[in-house]
Design a binder for this molecule. Structure first.
Ligand SMILES: Cc1cc2nc3c(=O)[nH]c(=O)nc-3n(C[C@H](O)[C@H](O)[C@H](O)COP(=O)(O)O)c2cc1C
Length: 230
């Protein structure tokens, strides 16, 4: 079988070379412009690249006198690129040292849903005192601490993603307008629509909903006695 080459476009907003932003063909003034990234991602997608990749250091580096620095938060940017592309993989860098597992699991899960399964995570532990200062630390944690946290972090995040089965959410939409045998549409008391976390809860809720409907119909169809309120 022929081997297949995988290609990943590592987008560095102002170019990978320190002085790339000074080249007349580059567009450093567009590093906060979503269309700029959409164009690059679409070009990569049309050229059959597997993924686009966004690096990250959560800090504004002080070399602003020599480079076009700054940049958009990568997971937010991925969500935007997701809407402008249809097939290409979307990888963002995020730090296990400074995020909390639940926040990050939720962010990537959201991008994964928005992109129909195209999200990827470049796991880093972030080696920078400048970044550490943004999170109230004097220096970045040593390697043993960063990697111990990263290992547990990955375990928690993957468990969060796998916490529910694919088919665990069952929408129970009961009540509302119901056609009757007379061909008209009568209102019965609506039962709250619900989203159940697991099949057992769903079954219990469906039973409760059926019960509720029967009770509502009995009340509705009961002959009223003279003088009793309807
Ligand atoms: C292609 C590539 C991209 C990387 N991108 C980032 C990045 O965006 N942010 C970051 O903090 N580290 C990045 N790194 C750094 C590594 O994740 C790692 O922290 C670094 O190699 C130091 O290794 P250590 O953590 O074992 O000391 C990147 C490394 C490579 C090879």
């Amino acid at each position: 079988m022929a081997e297949q080459l995988h290609l990943n476009a590592f987008i560095f907003p102002a170019g990978h070379h320190e002085a790339a932003w000074r080249h007349p063909a580059t567009q450093p003034e567009r590093i906060h412009d979503a269309d700029y990234f959409h164009q690059i991602a679409r070009t990569a997608e049309d050229a059959a690249f597997d993924a686009v990749f966004l690096a990250d250091m959560p800090v504004l580096t002080p070399n602003v006198a020599h480079n076009a620095v700054g940049g958009l938060e990568p997971i937010t940017l991925l969500a935007s690129i997701a809407a402008a592309t249809s097939r290409i993989g979307l990888i963002a860098t995020a730090s296990t040292t400074y995020y909390e597992p639940y926040n990050l699991a939720r962010l990537f899960a959201s991008v994964d849903h928005l992109s129909k399964g195209r999200a990827g995570w470049n796991v880093v532990t972030t080696v920078s005192d400048l970044v550490a200062a943004n999170y109230g630390l004097d220096v970045y944690p040593d390697a043993a601490d960063r990697y111990a946290r990263a290992t547990e972090f990955l375990d928690v995040v993957t468990k969060l993603w796998d916490g529910w089965d694919e088919d665990a959410i069952v929408l129970v939409r009961a009540g509302g307008a119901t056609p009757t045998s007379r061909g008209s549409t009568r209102r019965i008391t609506p039962v709250p629509a619900s989203i159940c976390a697991d099949r057992w809860t769903c079954r219990a809720r469906r039973r409760a909903a059926r019960c509720w409907c029967r009770r509502a119909r009995r009340t509705r169809d009961a002959p009223s006695r003279p003088g009793s309120p309807r």
